[in-house]
Design a protein around this ligand. Structure first.
Ligand SMILES: *[C@@H]1O[C@H](CO)[C@@H](O)[C@H](O)[C@H]1NC(C)=O
Ligand SMILES: *[C@@H]1O[C@H](CO)[C@@H](O)[C@H](O)[C@H]1NC(C)=O
Ligand SMILES: *[C@@H]1O[C@H](CO)[C@@H](O)[C@H](O)[C@H]1NC(C)=O
Ligand SMILES: *[C@@H]1O[C@H](CO)[C@@H](O)[C@H](O)[C@H]1NC(C)=O
Ligand SMILES: *[C@@H]1O[C@H](CO)[C@@H](O)[C@H](O)[C@H]1NC(C)=O
Ligand SMILES: *[C@@H]1O[C@H](CO)[C@@H](O)[C@H](O)[C@H]1NC(C)=O
Ligand SMILES: *[C@@H]1O[C@H](CO)[C@@H](O)[C@H](O)[C@H]1NC(C)=O
Length: 423
Protein backbone atom coordinates (compact mmCIF):
# COMPACT_ATOMS: atom_id res chain seq x y z
CA UNK A 1 0.00 0.00 0.00
CA UNK A 2 2.71 2.58 0.76
CA UNK A 3 4.26 1.89 -2.65
CA UNK A 4 0.93 2.35 -4.33
CA UNK A 5 0.34 5.59 -2.46
CA UNK A 6 3.73 7.06 -3.28
CA UNK A 7 3.34 6.18 -6.90
CA UNK A 8 -0.14 7.69 -6.91
CA UNK A 9 1.27 10.91 -5.46
CA UNK A 10 4.04 10.77 -8.04
CA UNK A 11 1.62 10.40 -10.93
CA UNK A 12 -0.55 13.19 -9.56
CA UNK A 13 2.62 15.27 -9.49
CA UNK A 14 3.27 14.42 -13.16
CA UNK A 15 -0.22 15.53 -14.05
CA UNK A 16 0.47 18.79 -12.28
CA UNK A 17 3.78 19.09 -14.10
CA UNK A 18 1.99 18.64 -17.40
CA UNK A 19 -0.56 21.29 -16.51
CA UNK A 20 2.11 23.71 -15.41
CA UNK A 21 3.98 23.18 -18.69
CA UNK A 22 1.12 24.15 -20.94
CA UNK A 23 3.39 25.50 -23.63
CA UNK A 24 5.04 22.12 -24.15
CA UNK A 25 1.74 20.28 -23.64
CA UNK A 26 0.21 22.40 -26.41
CA UNK A 27 2.85 21.23 -28.87
CA UNK A 28 2.77 17.60 -27.69
CA UNK A 29 0.87 15.20 -29.94
CA UNK A 30 -2.73 14.35 -29.20
CA UNK A 31 -2.10 10.72 -28.55
CA UNK A 32 -5.74 9.66 -28.24
CA UNK A 33 -6.59 11.13 -31.62
CA UNK A 34 -3.42 10.16 -33.41
CA UNK A 35 -2.47 6.80 -31.94
CA UNK A 36 -5.84 5.54 -30.74
CA UNK A 37 -7.25 4.52 -34.13
CA UNK A 38 -4.14 2.51 -35.06
CA UNK A 39 -4.09 0.44 -31.88
CA UNK A 40 -5.22 -3.16 -32.02
CA UNK A 41 -8.31 -4.47 -30.30
CA UNK A 42 -7.56 -4.85 -26.60
CA UNK A 43 -4.92 -2.10 -26.42
CA UNK A 44 -5.55 0.88 -24.16
CA UNK A 45 -4.18 4.35 -23.45
CA UNK A 46 -3.94 5.23 -19.76
CA UNK A 47 -3.30 8.75 -18.48
CA UNK A 48 -1.69 10.06 -15.27
CA UNK A 49 -3.95 10.46 -12.30
CA UNK A 50 -5.69 7.12 -12.70
CA UNK A 51 -5.12 4.13 -10.44
CA UNK A 52 -4.18 2.05 -13.51
CA UNK A 53 -1.47 4.55 -14.39
CA UNK A 54 -0.13 4.32 -10.85
CA UNK A 55 -0.01 0.51 -11.03
CA UNK A 56 1.63 0.52 -14.47
CA UNK A 57 4.41 2.89 -13.36
CA UNK A 58 4.97 1.71 -9.77
CA UNK A 59 8.60 0.60 -9.93
CA UNK A 60 10.25 -1.62 -7.38
CA UNK A 61 13.24 0.70 -7.14
CA UNK A 62 13.08 4.48 -7.05
CA UNK A 63 16.68 5.04 -8.13
CA UNK A 64 16.46 7.50 -11.02
CA UNK A 65 13.04 6.35 -12.27
CA UNK A 66 11.78 7.07 -15.78
CA UNK A 67 8.84 9.48 -16.09
CA UNK A 68 5.89 8.97 -18.39
CA UNK A 69 3.21 11.19 -19.85
CA UNK A 70 1.13 8.20 -20.85
CA UNK A 71 0.90 4.43 -20.62
CA UNK A 72 -0.04 2.42 -23.68
CA UNK A 73 -1.09 -1.08 -22.76
CA UNK A 74 -0.42 -3.00 -25.96
CA UNK A 75 -2.01 -6.17 -27.25
CA UNK A 76 0.32 -6.85 -30.21
CA UNK A 77 4.02 -6.35 -30.93
CA UNK A 78 3.76 -3.49 -33.39
CA UNK A 79 1.29 -1.21 -31.63
CA UNK A 80 3.25 1.83 -30.52
CA UNK A 81 6.83 1.88 -31.69
CA UNK A 82 6.28 3.28 -35.22
CA UNK A 83 4.18 6.10 -33.77
CA UNK A 84 6.75 6.93 -31.06
CA UNK A 85 9.58 6.88 -33.62
CA UNK A 86 7.66 9.06 -35.97
CA UNK A 87 6.95 11.61 -33.22
CA UNK A 88 10.41 11.31 -31.69
CA UNK A 89 8.96 10.42 -28.25
CA UNK A 90 11.09 8.20 -26.07
CA UNK A 91 9.50 4.99 -24.90
CA UNK A 92 10.23 2.21 -22.45
CA UNK A 93 8.76 -1.27 -22.73
CA UNK A 94 7.84 -2.63 -19.29
CA UNK A 95 6.58 -5.84 -17.75
CA UNK A 96 7.70 -6.47 -14.16
CA UNK A 97 8.97 -2.92 -13.35
CA UNK A 98 11.95 -4.29 -11.39
CA UNK A 99 14.80 -2.58 -13.23
CA UNK A 100 16.66 0.07 -11.23
CA UNK A 101 19.65 1.17 -13.25
CA UNK A 102 20.32 4.93 -13.58
CA UNK A 103 20.01 4.96 -17.38
CA UNK A 104 16.24 4.58 -16.99
CA UNK A 105 16.08 8.17 -15.73
CA UNK A 106 16.82 9.37 -19.27
CA UNK A 107 13.19 8.58 -20.19
CA UNK A 108 11.44 11.88 -19.46
CA UNK A 109 7.70 12.16 -20.05
CA UNK A 110 7.93 9.24 -22.44
CA UNK A 111 5.50 6.49 -23.35
CA UNK A 112 5.36 3.46 -21.07
CA UNK A 113 4.63 0.56 -23.41
CA UNK A 114 3.10 -1.87 -20.97
CA UNK A 115 3.45 -5.41 -22.24
CA UNK A 116 1.66 -7.41 -19.56
CA UNK A 117 -1.05 -8.50 -21.99
CA UNK A 118 1.58 -10.31 -24.08
CA UNK A 119 1.81 -13.11 -21.55
CA UNK A 120 1.19 -16.16 -23.71
CA UNK A 121 2.77 -19.58 -23.25
CA UNK A 122 3.08 -21.97 -26.20
CA UNK A 123 4.62 -25.36 -25.61
CA UNK A 124 6.41 -26.77 -28.65
CA UNK A 125 5.25 -30.01 -30.18
CA UNK A 126 8.62 -31.67 -29.60
CA UNK A 127 7.96 -31.27 -25.88
CA UNK A 128 11.35 -29.68 -25.16
CA UNK A 129 10.84 -25.95 -25.39
CA UNK A 130 8.19 -23.36 -24.75
CA UNK A 131 7.76 -19.88 -26.16
CA UNK A 132 6.59 -17.07 -23.90
CA UNK A 133 5.12 -13.68 -24.64
CA UNK A 134 7.39 -10.92 -23.37
CA UNK A 135 4.79 -9.66 -20.91
CA UNK A 136 4.83 -12.81 -18.84
CA UNK A 137 5.99 -12.81 -15.22
CA UNK A 138 7.69 -15.66 -13.37
CA UNK A 139 4.59 -16.79 -11.55
CA UNK A 140 2.72 -17.18 -14.86
CA UNK A 141 5.64 -19.06 -16.42
CA UNK A 142 5.61 -21.49 -13.52
CA UNK A 143 1.86 -21.98 -13.42
CA UNK A 144 1.37 -22.36 -17.17
CA UNK A 145 4.19 -24.91 -17.43
CA UNK A 146 3.10 -26.69 -14.29
CA UNK A 147 -0.37 -27.10 -15.76
CA UNK A 148 1.33 -29.11 -18.53
CA UNK A 149 3.50 -31.09 -16.08
CA UNK A 150 6.62 -29.10 -16.98
CA UNK A 151 9.07 -26.88 -15.14
CA UNK A 152 11.94 -24.57 -16.00
CA UNK A 153 14.40 -22.47 -14.04
CA UNK A 154 12.89 -19.19 -12.89
CA UNK A 155 13.87 -16.49 -10.47
CA UNK A 156 12.62 -16.64 -6.90
CA UNK A 157 10.50 -13.51 -7.31
CA UNK A 158 7.06 -14.34 -8.72
CA UNK A 159 6.27 -10.84 -9.91
CA UNK A 160 9.50 -10.26 -11.86
CA UNK A 161 9.47 -10.48 -15.63
CA UNK A 162 10.90 -13.64 -17.05
CA UNK A 163 14.15 -12.27 -18.48
CA UNK A 164 16.26 -14.08 -15.87
CA UNK A 165 15.81 -17.51 -17.32
CA UNK A 166 15.43 -16.90 -20.99
CA UNK A 167 17.83 -18.64 -23.29
CA UNK A 168 17.28 -16.77 -26.51
CA UNK A 169 18.21 -18.38 -29.76
CA UNK A 170 19.04 -16.54 -32.94
CA UNK A 171 15.61 -16.85 -34.49
CA UNK A 172 13.91 -15.20 -31.55
CA UNK A 173 16.59 -12.65 -30.73
CA UNK A 174 14.70 -9.67 -32.10
CA UNK A 175 11.22 -10.78 -31.35
CA UNK A 176 9.26 -9.92 -28.24
CA UNK A 177 9.27 -13.54 -27.29
CA UNK A 178 11.63 -15.59 -25.24
CA UNK A 179 12.27 -19.25 -25.47
CA UNK A 180 13.25 -21.39 -22.52
CA UNK A 181 14.41 -24.90 -22.16
CA UNK A 182 12.07 -26.75 -19.94
CA UNK A 183 11.97 -30.12 -18.35
CA UNK A 184 9.49 -32.76 -17.29
CA UNK A 185 8.73 -32.06 -13.67
CA UNK A 186 11.00 -34.28 -11.52
CA UNK A 187 10.70 -34.93 -7.78
CA UNK A 188 9.75 -31.62 -6.20
CA UNK A 189 11.24 -31.99 -2.74
CA UNK A 190 13.79 -29.43 -1.67
CA UNK A 191 15.80 -29.72 1.52
CA UNK A 192 16.80 -26.52 3.24
CA UNK A 193 19.19 -25.48 6.00
CA UNK A 194 19.77 -22.07 7.48
CA UNK A 195 22.57 -20.86 9.74
CA UNK A 196 23.29 -17.40 11.08
CA UNK A 197 26.97 -16.53 11.55
CA UNK A 198 28.46 -13.56 13.35
CA UNK A 199 30.83 -11.27 11.43
CA UNK A 200 33.99 -12.83 12.90
CA UNK A 201 33.21 -16.01 10.92
CA UNK A 202 33.47 -14.32 7.51
CA UNK A 203 36.99 -15.51 6.69
CA UNK A 204 36.38 -19.10 7.77
CA UNK A 205 33.01 -19.25 6.06
CA UNK A 206 34.07 -17.98 2.64
CA UNK A 207 37.26 -20.04 2.75
CA UNK A 208 35.04 -23.08 3.29
CA UNK A 209 32.84 -22.10 0.33
CA UNK A 210 35.94 -21.83 -1.87
CA UNK A 211 36.95 -25.36 -0.89
CA UNK A 212 33.59 -26.64 -2.15
CA UNK A 213 34.47 -25.46 -5.65
CA UNK A 214 38.23 -26.10 -5.30
CA UNK A 215 38.73 -22.35 -5.67
CA UNK A 216 36.39 -22.09 -8.62
CA UNK A 217 37.76 -25.06 -10.56
CA UNK A 218 34.98 -27.54 -9.70
CA UNK A 219 31.25 -27.20 -10.41
CA UNK A 220 28.66 -27.57 -7.67
CA UNK A 221 26.03 -30.33 -8.00
CA UNK A 222 22.99 -29.36 -10.10
CA UNK A 223 20.57 -29.40 -7.15
CA UNK A 224 22.69 -27.10 -4.96
CA UNK A 225 21.77 -23.48 -4.25
CA UNK A 226 23.54 -21.29 -1.73
CA UNK A 227 22.18 -17.89 -0.85
CA UNK A 228 23.65 -15.61 1.82
CA UNK A 229 22.60 -12.20 2.96
CA UNK A 230 24.55 -9.79 5.16
CA UNK A 231 22.08 -7.97 7.40
CA UNK A 232 21.65 -6.56 10.87
CA UNK A 233 19.80 -8.77 13.37
CA UNK A 234 20.27 -6.96 16.70
CA UNK A 235 19.26 -9.88 18.94
CA UNK A 236 22.02 -11.99 17.36
CA UNK A 237 24.62 -9.22 17.37
CA UNK A 238 23.71 -5.76 18.67
CA UNK A 239 26.81 -4.08 17.21
CA UNK A 240 27.63 -5.77 13.92
CA UNK A 241 26.05 -7.21 10.82
CA UNK A 242 25.55 -10.98 10.63
CA UNK A 243 25.48 -13.50 7.76
CA UNK A 244 22.24 -15.35 7.13
CA UNK A 245 23.40 -18.42 5.27
CA UNK A 246 20.98 -20.68 3.42
CA UNK A 247 21.50 -23.87 1.46
CA UNK A 248 18.75 -25.39 -0.65
CA UNK A 249 19.26 -28.84 -2.11
CA UNK A 250 16.99 -30.46 -4.64
CA UNK A 251 15.71 -34.02 -4.54
CA UNK A 252 16.91 -35.10 -1.09
CA UNK A 253 15.28 -35.35 2.32
CA UNK A 254 18.02 -33.36 4.07
CA UNK A 255 20.90 -31.17 2.95
CA UNK A 256 23.85 -33.59 2.66
CA UNK A 257 26.11 -33.86 5.66
CA UNK A 258 29.22 -32.89 3.70
CA UNK A 259 27.71 -29.36 3.57
CA UNK A 260 26.06 -29.08 6.98
CA UNK A 261 28.79 -30.69 9.10
CA UNK A 262 31.57 -28.21 8.24
CA UNK A 263 29.11 -25.30 8.62
CA UNK A 264 28.12 -26.49 12.09
CA UNK A 265 31.82 -26.95 12.92
CA UNK A 266 32.33 -23.22 12.23
CA UNK A 267 29.98 -22.46 15.13
CA UNK A 268 26.89 -20.64 13.83
CA UNK A 269 25.14 -18.29 16.26
CA UNK A 270 21.76 -19.72 15.25
CA UNK A 271 20.99 -22.91 13.32
CA UNK A 272 17.78 -24.25 11.92
CA UNK A 273 18.18 -27.50 13.83
CA UNK A 274 15.53 -26.30 16.15
CA UNK A 275 13.15 -27.60 18.67
CA UNK A 276 9.72 -26.04 18.08
CA UNK A 277 7.51 -26.50 21.11
CA UNK A 278 3.87 -25.70 20.44
CA UNK A 279 1.23 -24.60 22.94
CA UNK A 280 -2.14 -24.21 21.20
CA UNK A 281 -5.38 -22.83 22.62
CA UNK A 282 -8.79 -22.71 20.92
CA UNK A 283 -10.89 -19.59 21.61
CA UNK A 284 -14.07 -17.87 20.48
CA UNK A 285 -12.74 -14.28 20.34
CA UNK A 286 -9.49 -12.36 20.73
CA UNK A 287 -9.06 -11.11 24.29
CA UNK A 288 -7.41 -7.81 23.45
CA UNK A 289 -5.92 -6.83 26.86
CA UNK A 290 -4.42 -10.32 27.19
CA UNK A 291 -2.83 -10.03 23.74
CA UNK A 292 -1.45 -6.60 24.58
CA UNK A 293 0.19 -8.07 27.70
CA UNK A 294 1.48 -11.01 25.64
CA UNK A 295 3.35 -8.71 23.27
CA UNK A 296 5.67 -7.54 26.06
CA UNK A 297 6.38 -11.12 27.04
CA UNK A 298 6.88 -12.12 23.40
CA UNK A 299 9.37 -9.27 22.90
CA UNK A 300 11.12 -10.38 26.05
CA UNK A 301 11.34 -13.99 24.87
CA UNK A 302 12.59 -13.15 21.37
CA UNK A 303 15.13 -10.59 22.59
CA UNK A 304 17.07 -13.66 23.75
CA UNK A 305 18.85 -14.69 20.54
CA UNK A 306 18.41 -18.38 21.35
CA UNK A 307 14.63 -17.91 21.11
CA UNK A 308 14.72 -15.43 18.22
CA UNK A 309 12.73 -17.62 15.83
CA UNK A 310 9.82 -18.13 18.22
CA UNK A 311 6.41 -17.13 16.90
CA UNK A 312 2.74 -16.84 17.75
CA UNK A 313 0.34 -18.23 15.14
CA UNK A 314 -3.19 -16.85 14.89
CA UNK A 315 -5.40 -19.05 12.74
CA UNK A 316 -9.01 -18.47 11.86
CA UNK A 317 -11.09 -20.08 9.13
CA UNK A 318 -14.71 -19.87 8.07
CA UNK A 319 -16.59 -22.00 10.61
CA UNK A 320 -20.13 -22.09 9.23
CA UNK A 321 -19.73 -25.60 7.87
CA UNK A 322 -17.97 -26.67 11.08
CA UNK A 323 -20.87 -25.42 13.17
CA UNK A 324 -23.48 -26.92 10.86
CA UNK A 325 -22.35 -30.41 11.93
CA UNK A 326 -24.11 -31.68 15.05
CA UNK A 327 -21.68 -31.49 17.96
CA UNK A 328 -22.31 -35.04 19.16
CA UNK A 329 -22.11 -36.61 15.71
CA UNK A 330 -18.31 -36.78 15.36
CA UNK A 331 -15.19 -37.07 17.48
CA UNK A 332 -14.10 -33.43 16.95
CA UNK A 333 -14.83 -31.58 20.21
CA UNK A 334 -14.09 -27.89 19.55
CA UNK A 335 -16.79 -26.85 17.07
CA UNK A 336 -17.74 -23.75 19.04
CA UNK A 337 -14.25 -22.22 18.78
CA UNK A 338 -13.40 -19.69 16.06
CA UNK A 339 -9.68 -19.15 16.53
CA UNK A 340 -6.61 -21.22 17.33
CA UNK A 341 -3.70 -19.29 18.86
CA UNK A 342 -0.46 -21.25 19.10
CA UNK A 343 2.73 -20.18 20.79
CA UNK A 344 5.71 -21.76 19.06
CA UNK A 345 8.80 -21.58 21.24
CA UNK A 346 11.70 -22.20 18.88
CA UNK A 347 15.35 -22.62 19.88
CA UNK A 348 18.48 -24.51 18.80
CA UNK A 349 18.41 -28.10 19.99
CA UNK A 350 19.86 -27.90 23.51
CA UNK A 351 18.15 -29.81 26.30
CA UNK A 352 19.28 -27.32 28.95
CA UNK A 353 16.85 -24.83 27.38
CA UNK A 354 13.84 -27.17 27.37
CA UNK A 355 12.52 -26.17 30.78
CA UNK A 356 12.77 -22.43 29.94
CA UNK A 357 10.84 -23.09 26.73
CA UNK A 358 8.12 -25.04 28.51
CA UNK A 359 7.79 -22.32 31.13
CA UNK A 360 7.39 -19.65 28.42
CA UNK A 361 4.83 -21.71 26.50
CA UNK A 362 2.82 -22.64 29.58
CA UNK A 363 2.76 -19.03 30.78
CA UNK A 364 1.63 -17.64 27.43
CA UNK A 365 -1.14 -20.21 27.13
CA UNK A 366 -2.23 -19.87 30.76
CA UNK A 367 -2.51 -16.09 30.39
CA UNK A 368 -4.85 -16.40 27.40
CA UNK A 369 -6.82 -19.14 29.09
CA UNK A 370 -7.25 -17.11 32.28
CA UNK A 371 -8.34 -14.03 30.31
CA UNK A 372 -10.87 -16.14 28.41
CA UNK A 373 -12.47 -17.16 31.70
CA UNK A 374 -13.51 -20.61 30.47
CA UNK A 375 -13.10 -23.56 32.81
CA UNK A 376 -12.13 -25.67 29.80
CA UNK A 377 -8.79 -25.52 27.97
CA UNK A 378 -9.25 -26.43 24.30
CA UNK A 379 -6.11 -27.62 22.55
CA UNK A 380 -5.86 -28.52 18.87
CA UNK A 381 -4.60 -32.10 18.85
CA UNK A 382 -2.33 -31.69 15.82
CA UNK A 383 -0.34 -28.91 17.56
CA UNK A 384 -0.53 -30.27 21.10
CA UNK A 385 2.58 -29.97 23.23
CA UNK A 386 2.13 -33.49 24.66
CA UNK A 387 1.30 -32.93 28.32
CA UNK A 388 -2.35 -31.97 27.73
CA UNK A 389 -5.10 -34.02 29.40
CA UNK A 390 -7.47 -36.21 27.37
CA UNK A 391 -10.25 -33.71 28.14
CA UNK A 392 -8.20 -30.81 26.81
CA UNK A 393 -7.45 -32.73 23.61
CA UNK A 394 -10.64 -34.67 23.01
CA UNK A 395 -13.37 -32.77 24.84
CA UNK A 396 -14.88 -32.37 28.28
CA UNK A 397 -18.25 -34.07 27.71
CA UNK A 398 -17.63 -37.35 29.57
CA UNK A 399 -19.19 -39.51 26.86
CA UNK A 400 -16.60 -38.40 24.29
CA UNK A 401 -13.52 -39.82 25.98
CA UNK A 402 -15.50 -42.91 27.05
CA UNK A 403 -16.61 -43.52 23.47
CA UNK A 404 -13.16 -42.85 22.00
CA UNK A 405 -11.52 -45.20 24.51
CA UNK A 406 -14.03 -47.93 23.60
CA UNK A 407 -13.36 -47.45 19.88
CA UNK A 408 -9.61 -47.42 20.44
CA UNK A 409 -9.66 -50.69 22.32
CA UNK A 410 -11.99 -52.24 19.76
CA UNK A 411 -9.84 -51.33 16.73
CA UNK A 412 -6.42 -51.30 18.37
CA UNK A 413 -6.64 -53.86 21.18
CA UNK A 414 -2.87 -54.34 21.26
CA UNK A 415 -2.16 -50.60 21.48
CA UNK A 416 -0.09 -50.52 18.28
CA UNK A 417 -1.24 -46.98 17.41
CA UNK A 418 -0.15 -45.32 20.61
CA UNK A 419 2.32 -42.67 19.57
CA UNK A 420 0.30 -39.60 18.61
CA UNK A 421 -1.79 -38.18 21.44
CA UNK A 422 -3.05 -41.70 22.26
CA UNK A 423 -6.31 -42.21 24.08
C1 LIG B 1 -7.46 15.00 -28.67
O1 LIG B 1 -8.27 14.25 -29.57
C2 LIG B 1 -9.53 13.87 -29.05
C3 LIG B 1 -10.20 12.96 -30.06
O2 LIG B 1 -10.16 13.55 -31.33
C4 LIG B 1 -10.35 15.13 -28.71
O3 LIG B 1 -11.58 14.75 -28.14
C5 LIG B 1 -9.57 15.98 -27.75
O4 LIG B 1 -10.22 17.20 -27.51
C6 LIG B 1 -8.16 16.28 -28.27
N1 LIG B 1 -7.39 16.97 -27.25
C7 LIG B 1 -6.60 18.02 -27.49
C8 LIG B 1 -5.87 18.59 -26.32
O5 LIG B 1 -6.50 18.49 -28.60
C1 LIG C 1 14.38 13.87 -30.96
O1 LIG C 1 14.39 14.16 -29.58
C2 LIG C 1 15.68 14.30 -29.04
C3 LIG C 1 15.56 14.43 -27.52
O2 LIG C 1 14.45 15.18 -27.15
C4 LIG C 1 16.36 15.50 -29.69
O3 LIG C 1 17.66 15.65 -29.18
C5 LIG C 1 16.42 15.28 -31.19
O4 LIG C 1 16.94 16.41 -31.82
C6 LIG C 1 15.04 14.98 -31.73
N1 LIG C 1 15.14 14.61 -33.14
C7 LIG C 1 14.33 15.13 -34.05
C8 LIG C 1 14.56 14.63 -35.46
O5 LIG C 1 13.50 15.95 -33.80
C1 LIG D 1 -2.07 -13.41 -18.59
O1 LIG D 1 -2.63 -12.32 -17.89
C2 LIG D 1 -4.04 -12.42 -17.72
C3 LIG D 1 -4.52 -11.12 -17.10
O2 LIG D 1 -3.79 -10.83 -15.95
C4 LIG D 1 -4.37 -13.64 -16.86
O3 LIG D 1 -5.76 -13.79 -16.70
C5 LIG D 1 -3.80 -14.87 -17.54
O4 LIG D 1 -4.00 -15.98 -16.70
C6 LIG D 1 -2.32 -14.70 -17.81
N1 LIG D 1 -1.82 -15.81 -18.60
C7 LIG D 1 -0.99 -16.72 -18.09
C8 LIG D 1 -0.47 -17.74 -19.03
O5 LIG D 1 -0.62 -16.72 -16.93
C1 LIG E 1 28.63 -33.68 -1.17
O1 LIG E 1 28.08 -34.94 -1.44
C2 LIG E 1 27.26 -35.01 -2.62
C3 LIG E 1 26.68 -36.39 -2.71
O2 LIG E 1 25.84 -36.60 -1.64
C4 LIG E 1 28.12 -34.68 -3.82
O3 LIG E 1 27.29 -34.66 -4.97
C5 LIG E 1 28.75 -33.31 -3.64
O4 LIG E 1 29.63 -33.02 -4.71
C6 LIG E 1 29.51 -33.23 -2.33
N1 LIG E 1 29.91 -31.85 -2.15
C7 LIG E 1 31.06 -31.51 -1.59
C8 LIG E 1 31.33 -30.05 -1.45
O5 LIG E 1 31.85 -32.32 -1.18
C1 LIG F 1 42.49 -22.36 -2.70
O1 LIG F 1 43.04 -21.09 -2.41
C2 LIG F 1 43.61 -21.01 -1.10
C3 LIG F 1 44.00 -19.56 -0.84
O2 LIG F 1 44.70 -19.05 -1.93
C4 LIG F 1 44.77 -21.99 -0.99
O3 LIG F 1 45.32 -21.94 0.31
C5 LIG F 1 44.26 -23.40 -1.27
O4 LIG F 1 45.32 -24.31 -1.29
C6 LIG F 1 43.54 -23.46 -2.61
N1 LIG F 1 42.92 -24.76 -2.72
C7 LIG F 1 42.80 -25.40 -3.87
C8 LIG F 1 42.12 -26.73 -3.82
O5 LIG F 1 43.21 -24.91 -4.91
C1 LIG G 1 11.31 -9.93 30.83
O1 LIG G 1 12.41 -10.69 31.27
C2 LIG G 1 13.05 -10.18 32.39
C3 LIG G 1 14.29 -11.01 32.65
O2 LIG G 1 14.02 -12.39 32.47
C4 LIG G 1 12.07 -10.16 33.57
O3 LIG G 1 12.68 -9.56 34.68
C5 LIG G 1 10.83 -9.36 33.16
O4 LIG G 1 9.86 -9.42 34.18
C6 LIG G 1 10.26 -9.90 31.90
N1 LIG G 1 9.13 -9.08 31.45
C7 LIG G 1 8.02 -9.61 30.96
C8 LIG G 1 6.98 -8.64 30.50
O5 LIG G 1 7.85 -10.81 30.87
C1 LIG H 1 23.07 -24.92 25.70
O1 LIG H 1 22.53 -23.86 26.45
C2 LIG H 1 23.32 -23.53 27.61
C3 LIG H 1 22.54 -22.49 28.38
O2 LIG H 1 22.31 -21.36 27.58
C4 LIG H 1 24.68 -23.04 27.16
O3 LIG H 1 25.49 -22.75 28.28
C5 LIG H 1 25.35 -24.11 26.31
O4 LIG H 1 26.55 -23.61 25.78
C6 LIG H 1 24.44 -24.55 25.18
N1 LIG H 1 25.00 -25.68 24.49
C7 LIG H 1 25.23 -25.65 23.19
C8 LIG H 1 25.80 -26.91 22.61
O5 LIG H 1 25.01 -24.67 22.48
Amino acid sequence: MPLFTSSFVRSAAFAFLLLSNLSSAATSPNITAELGPSLSVGARIVFPGSAEFAVATDRDNEQDPPTFSVVVEVATETDVVPYANNKNISFLATTGLHGGTTTLGAVKQGINIRMRKLNSTTIAENGNTATFGVGIISEEVKSSLWAAGKITTTGACDCASSGHFKEQDTTSEWSLLSRARYYDAPAMNWAYSQFIFTHDKVAALYTLLNTWTANGTKEQPIGYINKNVWVRIPPVDANNGVIVFKIFYHGVAAVPNNYTAPLIALGPAVTNRCRNMMFPIGLKTYNVPALVSSTAAFNNLTSDSRFLNSAVLFESCGTQAVKAVADASTAFPHRADNIVITHVISYPVNSTLDKNAIAWGDNFRAALHKADGSSELHTYVNYAHGDETLQELYGYAPWRVTKLKALKSKYDPAGRFDFYAPI
